[in-house]
Every structure is written in C-alpha cells, then in structure tokens.
Design a protein around this ligand. Structure first.
Ligand code: GSH
Length: 212
C-alpha cells in the first residue's frame, strides 16, 4: 500500500495523486500541509527535511520531490506507453516532463500567486500582467507542439502529460488574460476524459485564496 502525505489542493500533490490514479495503485492519502497536519513536526521533517508536501512511502521506499516521485512510479509501475523503457525513446519525452515542471508550472505559479494567494488588496496589476505575458509565451510553445500531437510526448499518454498537465486546470480557470490557443484547449478537453485527471488534478483552490 502506497501512502501519500499531502493536501489535495497542492499542485505537487495533484501531480503524484494523478500518477497513482492513472497507474491504478492501491493507496491512501493523508492530509498534511497548509490547513492540515503540520509538516514541521520532527516526524514529518524526518521524511522531508524541506517540510513540504508531497511525501510518498511505498514499502521501504521513502521519497519527496514530486517530479522524482512521478519518475519512480513510472519506472516501477508504468507500462511501455506511460514510461518507455528505451532511454532513446523516453529521453525526448522526458524533456517535456522536465519542461512542464521547471518552465510551465512556475509560469502558472506566477499567476496563481498573483491572483489567488496574494490577498486582493495587495495584488499588483503590473506583476500579474508581466506573469501573464510570461505564461502566454510558454503556453504558445506548448500549444504549437500540440497542434500535431495528441499528447506532449507524441500520440500516447505518458508520464510527461502528468508533469505538464497537472497545471492545466489552474491554467484554464485562473483569472488572467489567457491567449486563445485552440490546440491547448483541445488538450485540456482530452485530459478531462481521464477519470484520474478529473479526480485528482481538477481540485478547487478556493481554500488557498489570500493566504500568501
Ligand atoms: N519541489 C517540491 C515543491 C513542494 C512544494 O512546494 N509543496 C508546497 C505545496 S505545492 C507545500 O508544501 N507548501 C506548504 C504547505 O502546504 O504546508 C515538489 O515538487 O515536491
């Protein structure tokens, strides 16, 4: 039985939970982090010295860092579509997984922090506009790729779609000057056909409003 420590409205927890759901793994999720059990206790810090969610325990395997957890789950439990065994096939797909976590997610984060986490009276229209410009730039890059591919790695759903797509609900529901990118909208619709996506990655962030 896999245990995931982390609140459901954390995007990094959503990334891990969506993977667990896609892979059909028996699991329990325990509510830790903002508004829930403390991640500052000695017991929690012994699992993750950063005091952040998520943490995953799978038997003797204990991990933090959601992207590392995603790759661990893919390598251990994924089929050849989800986690291609050939490094020459997986490498280029992993490029997009890395891009999702290190480029796309922080760009969505700029809007998320500017318009949701920052209390209304302290929101900065200039910061939001500049974050919007940065997000639109990377969204266009992704959308261009998705004009010819159904999924970020090619014609099959893979771990890279989780690394990129776990931010798509926020991308499409946050209040910002979103560019009209039909290929990206079609991708979001495609993700919503997946039960594990709907269950784990389309989670309300209302409880996080104004708590920066
Ligand atoms: N690089 C880490 C970042 C983890 C992270 O920043 N987690 C946030 C939630 S998304 C957190 O723990 N926030 C504090 C809290 O919930 O108490 C990862 O990908 O797992």
């Amino acid at each position: 039985m896999i245990t995931i420590y982390g609140r459901a409205n954390s995007s990094n927890v959503q990334l891990v939970m969506w993977a667990v759901g896609e892979l059909g793994l028996a699991h329990e999720r325990l509510d830790y982090g903002y508004g829930h059990a403390s991640t500052r206790s000695p017991e929690y810090l012994a699992m993750n010295p950063m005091g952040l969610v998520p943490v995953l325990r799978d038997g003797d395997v204990l991990m933090f860092e959601s992207a590392a957890i995603l790759r661990y789950l893919g390598a251990r439990y994924g089929d050849a579509d989800f986690w291609p065994p050939d490094p020459a096939v997986r490498g280029p797909i992993d490029t997009w997984a890395e891009w999702g976590k290190t480029t796309f997610a922080p760009a969505v984060g700029g809007i998320f922090f500017g318009t949701v986490r920052t209390p209304k009276q302290r929101q900065d229209p200039e910061q939001i506009a500049s974050a919007g410009k940065a997000l639109a730039t990377v969204a266009r890059i992704l959308s261009e790729r998705l004009e010819t591919l159904a999924y970020v790695g090619g014609d099959r759903f893979s771990f890279a779609d989780i690394a990129v797509g776990h931010q798509m609900h926020r991308y499409f529901t946050l209040d910002w000057d979103r560019p009209d990118l039909p290929a990206l909208s079609a991708y979001y619709a495609r993700l919503q056909e997946r039960p594990a996506y709907r269950k784990h990655a389309m989670v309300s962030y209302e409880a996080l409003r104004g708590i920066d």
